[in-house]
Design a protein around this ligand. Structure first.
Ligand code: AMP
Length: 113
């Protein structure tokens, strides 16, 4: 059982600014935005991280990427955007329920910190 704050958001036990939902995925605005648009796309199924994903998750992972694309279009990110998956301690992951950060509406820098 991977119970995190995101599980509570999925169950509507704590509030979130939800911008997209379907049977497999939920997207909501990050509470500490790092860009004018900062949205988290998560699977409803609580995969811990990309490091824990298996071949059985392939279709779901593809769905999450296409959901990012759909939400980016919905948010008008026509000039581009960045998609980030922080993974594990060195990757800076703090919530251990897989999530894709969608960041946009500003110029990104490289390399990331
Ligand atoms: P990460 O550091 O990649 O694990 O990202 C976790 C993200 O979740 C951070 O950007 C947090 O700001 C965000 N976050 C944590 N709690 C909430 C919440 N209740 N609602 C929305 N975003 C949250």
């Amino acid at each position: 059982m991977n119970e995190t704050i995101f599980s509570k958001i999925i169950r509507r036990e704590i509030p979130a600014d939800i911008v997209y939902e379907d049977d497999l995925a939920l997207a909501f605005r990050d509470v500490h935005p790092q860009a004018p648009v900062h949205i988290l796309v998560i699977p409803k199924q609580p995969i811990v991280s990309i490091a824990e994903a298996t071949a059985a998750d392939a279709a779901l992972l593809g769905h999450l990427l296409l959901t990012v694309k759909q939400v980016a279009t919905q948010e008008g990110l026509d000039e581009g955007y960045r998609v980030v998956i922080n993974t594990g301690t060195d990757g800076g992951q703090t919530v251990f329920h897989l999530h894709l950060h969608l960041l946009g509406k500003r110029m990104m820098t490289w390399p990331p910190g």
